[in-house]
Every structure is written in structure tokens, then in C-alpha cells.
Design a protein around this ligand. Structure first.
Ligand SMILES: Nc1ncnc2c1ncn2[C@@H]1O[C@H](COP(=O)(O)OP(=O)(O)OP(=O)(O)O)[C@@H](O)[C@H]1O
Ligand SMILES: [Mg+2]
Length: 350
């Protein structure tokens, strides 16, 4: 983990980046490196494809992914999401750029180091579950542990714990085809977690599931994450899922980063029409918190509301208290104020 702390007066700022993606370019085609200058100097994707028969997969990607957080990558089909996540464990090599994990250059790893990196540090969970069809639940979960050369007793103990943990007790000897989609993906998830990696790479891991099962899986992941604090890179094209899971969100379009930030920042300030289009149908009142829209001036109101309340909760509270404004409190001090008018305008602005 890169820890770079600066002592500024009494405030210590800790930069806790786990995965750094720097100036990443990926071009597909017969001679990608020869196309790099053209892409860097702004040739259109269309022209690159028509004239030179190369495809831009990713272009000028720079992301610092914090340790122990969920980094969501979103974008429409073909935006470059899978291409990006596959660079992190080097299933794909970039045309140029760097991938640094815990301060270590993934591109400089020798084959053995890379194998160990995949075995011990970064596990992947796929959309299509990718379970071994001829192995039981138990054998699927044990797989990663076996390749870590754990002894059988340890393997049995760890597998059994994980299977119980996600409510699959009794299904140990079932084969994937005998399980529902949700159950199969629980196996996919615990197979990845059983090896105790620092990093989980999840490429549309829940996208093939029915909405209710999908929501269950999101809750399971969030519950596990509270305790495990993995660094998770989660790909989705669903904004509700991104907002529910993401500590940070990157939005990709056509291989380029359009916007990155905290969910609330993206919803409050979508950078262009593409992002606005993504965000227009979501329930802003449930996502945006009072702290994001607080006005600096204090109110004469005697009512106090916590800054962590959502806009929707705040409106309800103020209506019930028959107030039209309130002071906003964070860590026991007043940081500003809000009015019901402002709260309502946040919800109604599309
Ligand atoms: N091996 C390849 N050869 C040529 N082009 C590729 C290759 N892999 C990906 N691409 C191109 O790179 C772009 C990004 O593809 P990618 O699979 O990363 O998109 P995605 O955002 O994951 O899409 P989806 O949501 O459909 O999974 C697309 O234009 C795709 O056609
Ligand atoms: Mg994909």
C-alpha cells in the first residue's frame, strides 16, 4: 500500500492508494504501438478504424483507486470497462501506461510473480459465474486454496466457513447446474474470497441475475465488505448498482474517462449529456445527503438536522416538525443551514 503522508500543522493527510492506473492506452489491431502517436494527437476512433484498421480500447486513463473502498467503473456497452479491469491483473497488456498495485509495477512482474499476484492478491468474479461445472460447490470454493498449496485440513475448514457464511450450507456436494443463478454467484464470490485476496475484480458480476437476487447479492457484498475491507473494482452499467456500492465512480465512454468522483458529486454535477443521461432517472433524494447541499449561512431556525440525512429524510423531518428551514449539524457543530425549498429543488432538478 502506498502511504504518503504530509504533516500540515496538526492535520495529517494520508494518501492511501491501492491501485494506480497511469496514462493508460490500449489499442487493438496488428500494430498498436505504431498508432499511439495518432491516438495521442487526437485522431478520431472512426478514422483510426477505417484508415488504419485499429480500435481504440482505452485512452488516457488515470485513476487512483483507494485501498479498502469499492471503485465502480461504469459505462455503456463497448465503453472499455472489461478492457480496463483486465489490465489490473494483466490479463491484458497495455499499449502504453502503467498499472501500479501497492506501489509495485504490475507490468514489470516476472511470470512467477504475476502468477502469485493472481493467486494471492487479486481475485476475479465474472458475470457468467465461470464455475467449474464438473466440480461440486465445495470443490469450486476449494480450488483457489488448493493452488495456494494450503493443506487439506485448512482447505476444508476455510471452504466450510465460507459456504456457511453465504447460506449455502447443505449444498456442499451439489454441482453448479443444480443451483439457481443467485446461488451460483454466491459460490463465485466466495471462491474468490476464500483465497483472502486484497483485491476483488468484479466484471458485471451481478448483471445476469434477476433484480431481487441481484439486490440480495449487493447486500451480501456490502455486508462482507464492512468486515473484510477489500479493495473492490466493480464494473456495472447500472447506475443504481453503482450508487449503492460505489465509494468512487468512474464513467467511461468510448474508451475515455468522462467523469470520476463520489456518487453524490456525479449526480449533483454531471459533466455532460452522457452522464446526465445516466443520472436522470435516479432518485436524487435518496442519494444526496444534506451535507452536499448545505448553505454556509446559519438559519434563525431552532431546528437542527444531521448532515448525514438524505434529502428525502430531511424533507420528511422538516415537514413533520413544521419547519421551513434548519441548521445543519456535523460532528456536534453547526456547519450551515438548509431550507425545504432548497431540498425540494434538489429532487425536482433533472
Ligand atoms: N480483443 C479485442 N480486439 C479488438 N477489439 C477489442 C478487443 N477487446 C475489446 N475490443 C474493443 O474495445 C472496446 C471496449 O470493449 P470492452 O469489452 O472493454 O467494453 P465493455 O465496456 O466491457 O462492454 P460490455 O458492457 O459490452 O461488456 C470495444 O470497442 C471492443 O470492440
Ligand atoms: Mg465488458
Amino acid at each position: 500500500m502506498v502511504k504518503d503522508s504530509k504533516n500540515i500543522g496538526r492535520i495529517i493527510i494520508v494518501n492511501n492508494t491501492k491501485i494506480e492506473i497511469k496514462d493508460l492506452y490500449k489499442i487493438f489491431g496488428p500494430n498498436p504501438k505504431s498508432m499511439l502517436d495518432k491516438v495521442k494527437t487526437g485522431i478520431s476512433k472512426q478514422e483510426l478504424l477505417e484508415k488504419y484498421n485499429h480500435t481504440v480500447g482505452l485512452q488516457d486513463i488515470n485513476i487512483d483507486m483507494p485501498a479498502c473502498g469499492i471503485q465502480v467503473i461504469m459505462g455503456l456497452s463497448g465503453a472499455g470497462k472489461s478492457t480496463l479491469i483486465r489490465h489490473i491483473n494483466r490479463l491484458i497488456d497495455p499499449t502504453s501506461g502503467k498499472i501500479i498495485v501497492d506501489g509495485e509495477d504490475v507490468l514489470a512482474m516476472e511470470p512467477k510473480e504475476l502468477r502469485n499476484f493472481r493467486k494471492f492478491k487479486a481475485s476475479m468474479v465474472f458475470q457468467k459465474f465461470s464455475l467449474f461445472p464438473h466440480r461440486t460447490v465445495n470443490e469450486n470454493v476449494a480450488y483457489g486454496l488448493k493452488i495456494q498449496f494450503k493443506n487439506q485440513e485448512e482447505i476444508n475448514k476455510i471452504s466450510a466457513e465460507w459456504i456457511q457464511r453465504v447460506g449455502l450450507g447443505g449444498f456442499e456436494n451439489h454441482y453448479p447446474a443444480q443451483l439457481s443463478g443467485g446461488m451460483q454467484q454466491r459460490v463465485g464470490l466466495i471462491r474468490a474470497l476464500a483465497t483472502n485476496p486484497d483485491i476483488l475484480l468484479m466484471d458485471e458480476a451481478f448483471s445476469a441475475l434477476d433484480p431481487l437476487i441481484r439486490s440480495d447479492m449487493q447486500n451480501i457484498l456490502l455486508d462482507l465488505q464492512k468486515e473484510l475491507k477489500k479493495t473492490i473494482v466493480f464494473i456495472t452499467h447500472d447506475l443504481d448498482e453503482a450508487l449503492k456500492l460505489g465509494d468512487n465512480i468512474v464513467i467511461l465512454r468510448g474508451g475515455e474517462m468522462v467523469q470520476q468522483g463520489k456518487p453524490q458529486e456525479i449526480i449533483l454535477n454531471p459533466i455532460d449529456d452522457y452522464v446526465t443521461d445516466f443520472t436522470k432517472d435516479i432518485n436524487r433524494g435518496k442519494i444526496i445527503q444534506v451535507k452536499h447541499i448545505v448553505e454556509k449561512d446559519h438559519s434563525s431556525s431552532d431546528y437542527v438536522i444531521e448532515s448525514s440525512k438524505t434529502v428525502e429524510e430531511a424533507i420528511e423531518e422538516l415537514i413533520n416538525a413544521d419547519k421551513s428551514s434548519a441548521n445543519v449539524q456535523e460532528n456536534s457543530s453547526i456547519i450551515g443551514s438548509i431550507t425545504t425549498k432548497n431540498l425540494v429543488s434538489v429532487i425536482s432538478r433533472k
